[in-house]
Design a binder for this molecule. Structure first.
Ligand code: CA
Length: 243
């Protein structure tokens, strides 16, 4: 079972979520404002975060953006507003899913289950993506012999063999370019900050090397030809892969 952080200032809702998720066997941490939520992420390294949009102090969008600088932890955003623009904005700063208030608890449980299942699959597909403080993923069994390829249209990525095919022809990528395309394409829609990519793929944890990521992305886009457009720049954040 997973470790779940619920960041929600409405105490009744926060407690309801805690009780229901604990009843499913999860360990639940609570935070009633954004700053505390952020510090709990560092303290507890949850497997999944349920994050309210409207929070005192630091709002949910800012919390999401800050979490994404260092962690891949799946995030479900809650919001009272039900507008497409909010949904897109939430996904652009790195939220994985989105639930509108008022919600049914069954819906939340279903989304949590789906997301936990997905990160379990992700961790088998992309070992690199499982190191973002994601203890749930690291508890899953060892990688099976031949994971299925990641497929987006004419792009096929065989992670175990480290082969990328475009229109059935192999394209030559450097190891870092390969790691980049695997990480981005196995989380379509999710924005990754340059800082996160640097730390994840190069192991740098200091500023000043943002250009490294940009340079690799530029080369990768060129090698992907028309599919290079699938790697889009997210203003003020970094990059994401679109389907
Ligand atoms: Ca709220």
């Amino acid at each position: 079972m997973a470790r779940i952080l619920v960041v929600e200032d409405e105490i009744d809702i926060c407690n309801l979520l805690r009780n229901e998720l604990e009843a499913e066997g999860h360990t639940v941490f609570q935070a009633f404002d954004g700053n505390i939520g952020l510090s709990q992420v560092e303290q507890h390294h949850p497997d999944l975060i349920i994050l309210d949009w409207m929070l005192p102090g630091l709002d949910g969008l800012s919390v999401c953006r800050r979490v994404r600088q260092n962690h891949l932890t799946p995030i479900i955003m809650l919001t009272a507003r039900n507008e497409e623009v909010d949904r897109i904005l939430g996904l652009e700063v790195g939220a994985d899913d989105y639930i509108s208030k008022p919600f049914s608890i069954r819906e939340v449980q279903a989304r949590v289950r789906a997301l936990l299942r997905r990160i379990e699959l992700d961790s088998r597909l992309t070992p690199v993506a499982a190191t973002g403080g994601n203890t749930f993923a690291s508890n899953t069994p060892a990688t099976p012999a031949a994971p299925p390829p990641i497929v987006h249209g004419q792009l096929r990525i065989y992670t175990a063999e480290r082969i990328v095919q475009l229109n059935n022809a192999k394209i030559d990528l450097t190891p870092k370019e390969f790691d980049l395309i695997v990480l981005l394409s196995s989380h379509p829609g999710r924005a990754f900050s340059r800082e996160f990519l640097l730390q994840q793929l190069w192991g740098y944890d200091y500023d000043g090397f943002d250009r490294t990521v940009d340079t690799h992305i530029t080369r990768l886009r060129k090698k992907l030809g028309p599919l290079g457009e699938k790697i889009v720049t997210v203003w003020g954040v970094g990059y994401r892969f679109v389907i």
